[in-house]
Write a protein that binds this ligand. Structure first.
Ligand SMILES: Cc1ncc(COP(=O)(O)O)c(C=O)c1O
Length: 405
């Protein structure tokens, strides 16, 4: 198999629209990706054909919807190679998945216990841990980032010790594109008895994730970056970790029994899915995964790398451009600043050419501070972007730059 980008593009209705009279060139995929017909169709079909609330239903529609919801869980399991679908918890997104672990796993931590994060984390993998610092007196430690945008692994080893209870780092940085050596991080953490949570919000899109091979304790990601809908995400947790954790929220579905003086909890994953879940969105995520499974994913990833390589090659030597993130083997994210221009202005000018990029802090203020900037522009690629679009982006950027030269 190989990857036919034009055939893939044809599955995304939005890609045929124009922006400011120009064909849309959507390079804001790191924030959220567009949706293929398979996802839109699966969500509509559920709502049009067999919609009801899930679980405990005794009528046909409830049973059909429950089957669809649980099939989506099985699709996620297969996609990340989890041992059991009971290790797959549906959440609102990566943010909620990380908050769940910080809250439930974190509730057992004591003052002086240590959590190791990194300087390249998205705020979603910093702020929930700060809550534990504020409320429990937990100590946060941060792995430094090198000038190329890689984790300083020697410094990481030095941060670990008997007080380390959790290591929480991203698999792929949403600013730098760096792919971190997760298995090595996990092995070091496990050697001191710490659990590991990996924020896979970006890596799930740009890598092939095997939670068994990585031996992670927790893995979090969002549906909407993976060509699925918003409002749905995943927390993978090892069965023994989840079994030992208290619920995150209380309500229907997560209980065993409820009496006036006593409650018992359901087993995972339902213990962590209080209330009516995002049923239609879960089915949409399942459809996104099943559609991705029809593609040759190594060929897709090679295509994405070729897009980044084209941009890097064409802008090589541009003395008006500073790049953030130059790690070898990085994923298809290109963060940059143009001399004399604010990143917001660059993004607005690019929009005139139909090119959508993001600009700002990318929810990674500590990382930007590390690189001595307060904002950057970011072009992030998806499987449906073409080499012609990469060229058009470089051409538009080169023209935009002349406004500030
Ligand atoms: C690396 C990383 N982690 C976490 C998140 C948060 O994802 P969400 O807002 O979908 O919960 C993002 C979103 O940009 C991200 O890029």
């Amino acid at each position: 198999m190989t990857f036919d980008v034009q055939a893939a593009r044809a599955e995304f209705p939005i890609l045929s629209r124009q922006v400011n009279g120009k064909p849309l060139i959507y390079l804001d995929n790191g924030a959220s990706a567009q949706k293929p017909r398979a996802v839109i169709g699966a969500m509509s079909a559920l709502m049009e054909g067999s919609y009801a609330n899930v679980h405990r239903g005794l009528h046909t529609l409830a049973n059909e919807t429950t089957d669809a919801y649980e099939r989506a869980r099985e699709s996620v399991r297969r996609f990340i190679n989890a041992g059991s679908a009971d290790e797959v918890i549906f959440t609102k997104g990566a943010t909620e998945a990380i908050n769940l672990v910080a809250s439930s796993f974190g509730s057992t931590l004591q003052a002086g216990d240590e959590i190791v994060l990194s300087v390249m984390e998205h705020h979603a993998n910093i702020v929930p841990w700060h809550f534990l610092r504020e409320r429990h007196g937990v100590v946060l430690k941060f792995i430094p980032v090198t000038d190329e945008g890689e984790l300083d692994m020697a410094a990481y080893q030095a941060l670990l010790g008997p007080k380390t209870k959790m290591v929480a780092v991203s698999h792929m940085s949403n600013v730098l594109g760096t792919l971190n050596p997760v298995r090595a991080i996990v092995d070091e953490a496990h050697a001191v008895g710490a659990a590991v949570l990996i924020d896979g919000a970006q890596a799930i899109v740009h890598g092939i994730v095997d939670v068994a091979e990585l031996d992670v304790d927790f893995y979090a990601f969002s549906g909407h970056k993976l060509y699925g809908p918003t409002g749905i995400g995943v927390l993978y947790g090892k069965a023994e970790r989840l079994a030992a954790m208290r619920p995150y929220q209380g309500g229907g579905e997560m209980i065993g029994t409820v009496a006036l003086d006593n409650i018992t909890y359901a087993d995972p994953p339902h213990r962590f899915e209080a209330g009516t879940p995002a049923i239609v969105e879960a089915v949409g995520l399942g459809a996104a995964i099943e559609w991705l499974e029809t593609l040759d994913r190594p060929a897709v990833l090679a295509h994405e790398h070729a897009l980044l390589a084209r941009v890097e090659e064409r802008l090589d030597g541009a003395n008006w451009l500073s790049k953030i993130g130059t790690a070898p083997g990085k994923g298809a994210i290109f963060s940059f600043n143009v001399e004399g221009a604010h990143a917001h202005d660059i993004a607005q000018i690019l929009d005139r050419y139909g090119v959508a990029v993001r600009a700002g802090t990318h929810c990674a203020e500590p990382l930007l501070k590390r690189f001595g900037v307060t904002s950057s522009a970011r072009a992030s690629f998806a499987l449906y972007n073409t080499l012609e679009e990469a060229d058009a982006f470089v051409d538009a950027l080169t023209k935009a730059r002349t406004f500030f030269a």
